[in-house]
Design a protein around this ligand. Sequence first.
Ligand code: GLU
Length: 494
Amino acid sequence: MTVRTRIAPSPTGDPHVGTAYIALFNYCFARQHGGEFILRVEDTDQLRSTPESEQMILDSLRWLGIDWDEGPDCGGESGPYRQSDRADIYQRYAQQLIEQGDAFYCFATPQELDEMRKEQQARGERPKYDGRGLLLSAEEVKSRLAAGDPYVVRMKIPEEGSFRFNDYLRGDVEIPWEQIDMQVLLKQDGLPTYFLANVVDDHLMGITHVFRGEEWLPSAPKLIKLYEYFGWEAPVLGHMPLLRNPDKSKLSKRKNPTSILYYQRMGYLPEALINYLGRMGWSMPDEREKFSLDEMIASFDMKRVSLGGPIFDPEKLDWLNGQWIRDDLNDDQFIEALKTWAFNDDYIRPLIPHLKGRVERFSQVAPLASFMFAGMAEVTEAQFDELKLERDEIRRVLQFVSWYLDELRVWDKDAIFAGLKALAKAMDVKMGGFMPPIFLSIAGTTSTFSIVDAMQMLGPDLSRARVRYALNLLGSASKKEAKRWDKEYRALER
Ligand code: GLU
């Protein structure tokens, strides 16, 4: 048997370090066994999936040195590798389950289901689908289908007993069936949910081992039950521990940047970042901290994964990155790495028009543009205190700006500016007061070229991180404030 593993990202946002982490372990497992590693795009959420996100995820994984044998970009024998191109396959399999009596049509409207849940809650029960679709007679189903009534397909779930399975990393896991809902498999739009698509694809693509995040553990019963219904052998399943912030909470972008692009823009070496991810819950047999991807594969042993939540600590990553820069780059390589990072035509060209009109000597260029080649802006609290707005008002502005930038999908200077202007107006703050805190956060000074141009060039990850950094510097929102501001922010008319 050839070992085949996969990473199955959903292209709904920035390329997440958690995706790279899970990809890394699946990749090492496959390579160590002389097997194959597949990339499959799970884009069944049509509203949130975008081709841009897919591209960024692929590029980021490649940047980190992870490559795949089959995928949407390079093809392979089990394609297509994008779920939106496989809709008819899932419909066929959903039909099979219905015919076998393992799945059923449900015509309940969202309002009806809402009422059902409210009644359950009023009775003090856990809200759960009550199986009403199962009560319909075959004739009723037939006539409602003929009438074109909208429906979903749900899977049957045993009513009693417990589900048990052996997790590759956790051993015996037991989950009572009572906790499991009759999962929707096919949505009203005819597209599958994660559960159906994931099982069908892992089977058709010959996946033998699935290592995925701990957050998916509660869904294991449904997945394995589906394999049973189809009469297929389920792959070996193992649930990796979640990455955590230094305060042990789940890694989230509110506390730590989570986008791989952020780490790229900050000037980390891909070798260092992948090395650091390899140390999340795993160690080399000799406990050495610095190792390459090839070295990791050579010494890989999945059973050495420890389940205590690994802490993703940017300070430790800094230390490791420093080691890589010192030990692994000779002067020529250092220059090359710098060029790849930001000292290249593509990065510098858009800057030139902003510098040309402002300098009289080349010796002024570096000081003027230094913030474009930095991580966080060099800025102090005192600089904010000299601004027109009161400190708390500045904090509020920066918090709102930060939320706004987080939401912004099109990263382009005109869009950024239009959004900021609308935000200022809605907050009833004059642009003269509103913009300087943004200048300071991004550039560390109020006297520089157009800040939205700078933001466009710096990119969303670094720009967002700088605003967040400034906000932390001035004291991020207390719990009470956060609640109040959140409410105000949502109520703004923009
Ligand atoms: N599309 C899922 C995700 O984005 C894949 C989970 C799995 O590996 O089964 O995490």
